[in-house]
Design a protein around this ligand. Structure first.
Ligand SMILES: Nc1ncnc2c1ncn2[C@@H]1O[C@H](COP(=O)(O)OP(=O)(O)OP(=O)(O)O)[C@@H](O)[C@H]1O
Ligand SMILES: [Mg+2]
Length: 253
């Protein structure tokens, strides 16, 4: 399944992408995670060292993947992905290393091209951790146009829910047919009630709620992934998110 994780800045896209990838791998699936942030740090959340995260070569801009392109998916993964300690294959799509290096449209086009391919021979699930906002749904003809499902990340704020609402509008225009609403950083009964009311008012589904926890903040502070043995309520929520994807079984070799 091709899964795009989208939302307003800071709502928890990268954190949730990493947890989702780790839960999928723990279920025996082959997972490719693509960091599309021009300031990439998904690697740290997946357990790579700062050096490995920093030196991961980004996929070439404006690369075309597939039968008529210059690279096969297998070649691309061979050259531009790194395996994390738990076995997620990670790629970086849009690193900006130089000031004034120009726009990232070429990188977005590369991700769109990648998602347009039949990836099944190399991976069961591809997770795209998007940079903040909704521009990527219009840029380069819709970076996520070939996604099977969008995960609309929200925190309990009107701005975050309105961003999700706008995203649904753009997704419909692109022909994306599925989206799942996830409330993150829900730290109280009041926060839960607020996000439920906001989602209802703005006609955004709220399928999964991830609690707020200081453990995630502390792990981030250290630049490490969230330990499996702590924050069980967060892991339960991510398991529920995976269940809600309705994945077809894959044969585990
Ligand atoms: N469930 C949670 N509980 C507490 N803090 C959280 C939770 N999820 C994420 N955070 C914190 O929120 C901050 C933003 O998280 P993250 O980087 O995952 O968001 P993002 O949406 O990817 O941000 P950006 O838009 O910059 O890419 C981080 O400091 C992270 O530790
Ligand atoms: Mg992020």
């Amino acid at each position: 399944m091709k899964i795009g994780i989208v939302g307003k800045g800071g709502v928890g896209k990268t954190t949730t992408s990493s947890l989702l990838a780790r839960v999928l791998v723990s279920r025996g699936r082959r997972v490719l995670a693509v960091d599309t942030d021009s300031n990439p740090n998904l690697g740290l959340s997946l357990g790579l060292s700062p050096e490995a995260t920093e030196t991961l070569a980004p996929i070439p801009r404006s690369m075309v993947v597939g039968q008529r392109g210059d690279m096969t998916v297998a070649e691309l993964m061979e050259d531009f992905s790194v395996a994390t300690p738990e076995g997620v294959a990670l790629m970086s799509a849009l690193r900006v290393d130089e000031a004034g290096a120009g726009c990232t449209c070429g990188g977005h086009a590369s991700v769109k091209s990648l998602l347009g391919q039949a990836l099944q021979s190399e991976t069961d699930d591809t997770i795209i951790d998007m940079e903040a906002g909704i521009e990527h749904l219009s840029r380069a003809g819709g970076t996520l146009a070939n996604a099977d499902v969008l995960i609309l990340m929200m925190e309990p704020s009107r701005k975050a829910v309105i961003t999700a609402q706008r995203t649904i509008g753009l997704a419909k225009e692109l022909g994306i047919e599925r989206w799942i609403g996830v409330g993150n950083k829900v730290d109280s009964g009041d926060a839960r009630q607020a996000i439920e009311e906001l989602c209802q008012h703005h006609d955004v589904p709220l399928d999964v709620v991830i609690p707020s926890t200081a453990d995630i903040v502390a792990a981030d502070r250290r630049g490490e992934p969230l330990d499996r043995s702590i924050a069980p309520d967060v892991w339960d929520a991510v398991e529920k998110l995976v269940d809600s994807l309705g994945l077809e079984a894959v044969s585990v070799s």
